[in-house]
Design a protein around this ligand. Sequence first.
Ligand code: FES
Length: 136
Amino acid sequence: MIFVAMESGYSAVVLDHFEHPRNAGEMQAPDAVGYQTNPVCGDTMRLMLRISDSTIRQAMFQTSGCPASIAASSICTEMIIGRRLEEVQDLRKEDIAEALGGLPASKVHCSVLAADALRKAIADYQQRQAASTTRA
Ligand code: FES
């Protein structure tokens, strides 16, 4: 399987995160959720965040997709845990692809999934905050 993946041009970092995904699974009662479908291929990612003091304390993901999308989801969680929302809200697909050691040209779109799911999760958190402020 690794041989097949390497034949397709994946970096060692992509293979590591694909075979040993970090922070995969479901989070109970997250503070924010971002769900995104890749318009190119239909693969999906659900990103769940635990946030306090505007800082991401925990991040977990559920991704249904190709090896690159799973690796991108995994490394994205590592890139955002412990960071403040304003530090990560502009995280780009290029940043994720670079952290993965690059992606084959045909797979560059796969890093969009994690970047967009993160943006949606942050928007979800901001909406929840605004709603709780309005109720208070
Ligand atoms: Fe769909 Fe990679 S082929 S995200």
